[in-house]
Design a protein around this ligand. Structure first.
Ligand code: DAH
Length: 402
């Protein structure tokens, strides 16, 4: 901005520089008049602003008086209130902090104030609110304590009040299947032998006609404790223990955990199986089919069909894989049975004479059948469980459905 402009602005109609044409006297007079007017303006302005600030301080004083009055009234009432009386304390709270309470009313005034007035007023009213709230909280706590004390002193315990409640649990779906199987076979005269989780090579493989180099061992990747001791890969070893200690005729089942180095949606490193063994004179494959058909009807319902596909297990001859008609589509073919209408349940067969020989049983006199199937698989089919891992993940969301 140039000096000329500034001069022009400040002096109004006065020329900034004197020249020969300017009448010095009139110039001085004009300056005098001008200064007089400016002084007068200044005076008026400062009078006005002091008036405004006086008004503002009157406003603040009035407001702080109103706020103080509420605070004093509250303090007085609090002092009069019986602090052991929960209802009285609550009434006090409502009177000051409730929707139509005195403090709430003062807070509402904020909306009617100008932007200049609001900060000073807001500060005061906020301090009031904090002070009253703190005092009320303290009073509520005192009243609650007093009420509790009164109850305890009166020695009255209301035994009719409902307790916290313990949610009822339910049995695990695997446990249910196992109990049902034990129930079923017990009624048919089968004894139950739980066997042991750790087996030697002899019981888990060799006595079951599976020598060290037998290819069928490869199908059961195994957790070894040492060269000759392992977590059992199937419940079939219990057959051997049982035959060593019992004389035919007998019928037994052996449910229990088994372990394999397996892990995907339908295979887990630990799962449960149930073995079955019947030895007597004249036991045939027809007996096996009959028993398993009735058993499948028990598990999956009257309409379910069975089929036996030729297979191989070292400890049975002949061996078969047993399927049931798909429990989801009834055999028509669906996504779950991969369109075949059948589902695999387990292996079975007539006891191999070599196994009898290993256990000191006369294979000329006795014949028998054996079977083994997975309990997890049965539970999964019954409840349409998509992943075997869910059965052992201990997840409440899953378990509470049974
Ligand atoms: N042990 C076999 C397995 O885990 C199942 C099995 C098949 C058991 C045939 C048997 C049987 O008793 O006769 O795959």
């Amino acid at each position: 901005m140039g000096g000329d402009d500034m001069g022009q602005k400040r002096g109004g109609d006065l020329p900034l520089f004197l020249d020969e044409r300017t009448d010095l006297r009139s110039y001085r007079r004009k300056i005098k008049e001008k200064n007089g007017a400016t002084r007068k303006n200044h005076k008026n302005f400062s009078r006005l602003s002091s008036l405004v600030s006086r008004l503002f301080s009157i406003f603040v004083a009035t407001m702080s008086e109103a706020i103080n009055n509420v605070k004093q009234a509250f303090d007085a009432e609090l002092a009069q209130t019986d602090l052991t009386n929960q209802e009285a304390v609550n009434n006090l709270r409502v009177k000051y902090l409730g929707k139509k309470g005195a403090v709430t009313d003062l807070m509402k005034q904020m909306g009617t104030l100008s932007a200049e007035e609001r900060p000073a007023y807001g500060k005061l009213v906020n301090e009031l609110k904090v002070a009253v709230s703190e005092a009320i909280d303290k009073a509520i706590e005192t009243a609650n304590q007093a009420a509790l004390q009164k109850k305890l002193e009166s020695g009255f315990v209301d035994t009719t009040l409902p307790g916290a409640g313990i949610p009822a649990g339910s049995t695990h779906p695997l446990y249910d299947v196992r109990e049902e199987i034990i129930d079923f076979f017990s009624q048919m005269g089968f004894e139950v032998d739980f066997g042991r989780d750790i087996e030697t090579d002899w019981y888990n493989f060799e006595a079951l006609n599976t020598p060290p180099d037998h290819p069928s061992r490869d199908m059961q990747d195994t957790f070894y404790v040492d060269d000759k001791v392992m977590l059992r890969t199937h419940t079939s070893g219990t057959q051997i223990h049982y035959m060593e200690t019992h004389k035919p005729p007998f019928r037994m089942i052996a449910p229990g955990h088994v372990f394999r180095v397996d892990n995907d949606a339908t295979h887990a490193p630990m799962f449960q199986q149930c073995e079955g063994l019947v030895v007597d004179e004249n036991i045939s494959f027809a007996d096996l089919k009959g028993v398993l058909q009735v058993f499948m009807n028990k598990l999956f319902g009257e309409g379910v069909k069975t089929r036996f596909r030729p297979s191989f297990f070292p400890f049975t001859e002949p061996s078969a894989e047993m399927d049931v008609s798909c429990v989801f589509c009834g055999g028509k073919g669906c996504r779950r049975c991969k369109g075949t209408g059948w589902m695999e349940i387990g292996g079975c067969g007539s006891v191999d004479p070599n196994v009898f020989k290993n256990c000191g049983i006369d294979s000329e006199k006795y014949t028998g059948f054996a079977f083994g199937f997975g309990l997890d698989r049965i539970a999964m089919l019954r409840h349409a469980i998509p992943e075997i891992g869910l059965l052992t993940s201990n997840d409440q969301r899953f378990l509470s459905q049974f």
